[in-house]
Design a protein around this ligand. Structure first.
Ligand SMILES: Nc1ncnc2c1ncn2[C@@H]1O[C@H](COP(=O)(O)OP(=O)(O)OP(=O)(O)O)[C@@H](O)[C@H]1O
Length: 339
């Protein structure tokens, strides 16, 4: 540790479409939904994370809730900057005398364009980042899962987040082939909203649809440990009268089928591009699932059966990318870090 290292605060950040996670000294210090509430008259942020999420869908004209990221990338630059600043201020540092200079490692989707990468870097710098490094999310996920990304052998990761599904084959400290598709948790939630409207004539918001996904979400119509039906309450689209609808996991597996098939196609696509020596390693080791989408019931089984290669769900899939960025910040000589 250098003499003045206390003047630099190292933050590992997973700036996700759904959740923002910050690690400081290898500990999770912020884990909040990526959402802010803005006072429309002053333009100031009045709530962030859980507090802002509680307001989502319930605001009046003076308050606007904003999710600054869409499909894994910054969609609202100003809100993103306010959110990064706000999330950093949630960290309880024990060093109030100094304002340390911030070194950050931030995960970005592997399919990001130059402009999208620039937007993340600029937001981080405007929010106080002096030394900003970027890392592609699947590489961070692989590190976070504990895979040896520098080894001369292939590892394959499928990271299903809120906005994007990142699929990558990694070897010798680099991404050999990859695909990033904009179908992930948010898309599943939208599928459930559309299904409830069409099938049950009930209008539900994003939060209720997400609750359905978490409570009875399934990738298979036949589960070994099935969850009980989930009761949904909402207005009937025809009569506007309140109704109650029990929703089963079989229904949800049916409604998510199309989106899951698209993710499967993307996985096949990456496997097709994979050089044969690496392919052999992957068949032997299996494919690792990370991101919140990995928690969908039966997903590992469905994919293992379809692809004929074992799929393993990472130990803590929601935090794999964040943990990987935290490992990266301690090894800034990693060849895959971008400055
Ligand atoms: N138990 C669960 N079952 C299914 N989906 C879940 C579960 N828990 C969380 N999710 C979903 O996981 C998604 C969030 O995952 P994650 O935090 O990995 O994404 P992110 O990093 O914010 O997004 P991205 O990487 O696309 O920017 C959300 O869509 C959330 O609804």
């Amino acid at each position: 540790m250098g003499l003045f290292s206390f003047l630099t605060q190292e933050l590992a950040i997973d700036l996700g479409t759904a959740n923002t996670i910050i690690l400081y000294n290898e500990k999770i210090v912020v884990d909040q939904p990526s959402i802010v509430a803005i006072d429309q008259s002053t333009g100031k942020m009045i709530a962030i994370g859980e507090q802002a999420r509680a307001m989502h869908g319930k605001t009046h004209e003076n308050i606007k809730t904003i999710r600054p990221l869409r499909d894994g990338v910054i969609a609202d630059f100003n809100a993103a900057e306010q959110m990064i600043r706000g999330m950093i201020s949630l960290i309880n540092t024990k060093n109030p005398v100094f304002t340390p200079s911030l070194r950050m490692v931030i995960g970005i989707p592997s399919g990001s364009t130059e402009v999208e990468i620039r937007a993340v870097r600029d937001s981080a710098e405007h929010a106080g980042g002096r030394d900003v490094y970027l890392i592609y999310e699947p590489m961070a996920a692989a590190l976070g899962i504990g895979l040896d990304v520098m080894a001369p052998e292939g590892s394959m990761v499928v990271d299903i987040g809120g906005g994007t599904t990142e699929i990558a084959v990694i070897a010798l400290g680099g991404i050999v082939c990859n695909k990033s598709v904009r179908i992930a948790g948010d898309g599943f939630t939208a599928d459930i909203q559309a299904y409830m409207r069409q099938q049950h004539n009930v209008k539900i918001g994003e939060r209720t649809a997400e609750d359905i996904k978490i409570n009875v979400g399934s990738a298979l119509p036949d589960l070994e440990n099935p969850p009980a039906d989930y009761i949904v309450r909402g207005p009937n689209l025809m009569t506007a009268l309140p109704i109650e609808v029990p929703v089963s996991y079989q229904e949800i597996s049916y409604c998510l089928d199309k989106s899951l098939s698209k993710i499967e196609s993307a996985i096949f696509n990456v496997l097709e591009q994979t050089p044969p020596e690496l392919y052999a390693d992957i068949v032997q080791k299996g494919i690792y699932l990370a991101g919140g989408g990995a928690l969908l019931r039966g997903l590992d089984k469905r994919l293992s059966e379809k692809v004929n290669i074992p799929f393993h769900v990472a130990e803590d899939p929601l935090h794999a990318v964040a943990r990987g960025t935290s490992i990266a910040i301690k090894n800034l000589s990693f060849p895959f870090l971008m400055r």
